[in-house]
Design a protein around this ligand. Structure first.
Ligand code: IMP
Length: 198
């Protein structure tokens, strides 16, 4: 398969590290917007993860002129009717820790057994010639009543994966990449990419 150079349509350093690890293992190079000397921060007006990933990838591809990859992801909590969902990054103002605390507060009265949730990731890739790929990955888990672990980012410390017996923040990064929503979406994306690149 041809080795490709992509721009990541995100300013999130942690996502860049995860994407570089996953796509780099297949010989692809992932540049940041900064590496390409461009800016791209479109409003995420989509109703779904797929729509928002495409909005970001189209904008970055137009700005950088090379294939752009975007991930739109979030946490879908059953007891909260799917919140924070596509609004995960904007669930409340402040830091990741503030958003985790807000989530825990909103789930204070939710008993064990009803704290099921999943991380969802949509990965979109847009080529300068207009071709588009979208792939989705999910990872099932449970929201703990208190944070555990220091790795990862976002809601990782409260997202417990029963099969791994650890939170995302406790998993070694390679293991998180292997089982995570983003890892799964990127694996599906890689298959589609192989078909397209031949
Ligand atoms: P996005 O940049 O619009 O895709 O925002 C995704 C948000 O969902 C992040 O800011 C985090 O709050 C949350 N999120 C997505 N993926 C992860 C993950 O792997 N771990 C923890 N939180 C995540």
């Amino acid at each position: 398969m041809r080795r490709m150079k992509f721009v990541l349509a995100s300013n999130n350093q942690k996502k860049l590290i995860e994407l570089r690890a996953i796509l780099g293992a297949q010989g692809h190079e992932v540049l940041s917007l900064h590496d390409c000397g461009v800016e791209s921060d479109p409003e995420e007006t989509g109703q779904t993860f797929e729509q928002n990933a495409l909005i970001k990838a189209r904008s970055a591809c137009a700005a950088a002129g090379i294939p752009a990859v975007a991930d739109d992801s979030g946490l879908v909590v059953d007891a909260l009717g799917g919140a924070p969902g596509v609004r995960s990054a904007r669930y409340c103002p402040g830091s990741d820790a503030d958003r985790v605390n807000f989530l825990l507060k909103n789930m204070q009265s939710v008993p064990d057994g009803k704290r099921t949730a999943r991380f969802v990731s949509a990965v979109a890739c847009v080529f300068p010639d207009g071709r588009e790929i979208v792939a989705r990955g999910e990872c099932e888990g449970v929201i703990l009543p208190a944070a555990r672990g220091t790795g990862g980012f976002g809601y990782d410390p409260v997202f417990y994966v029963p099969q791994e017996k650890m939170t995302f923040a406790e998993l070694p990064p390679q293991r998180k990449n292997a089982v995570s929503h983003r890892g799964r979406a990127l694996a599906a994306f890689s298959e589609r990419l192989k078909e397209i690149l031949g």
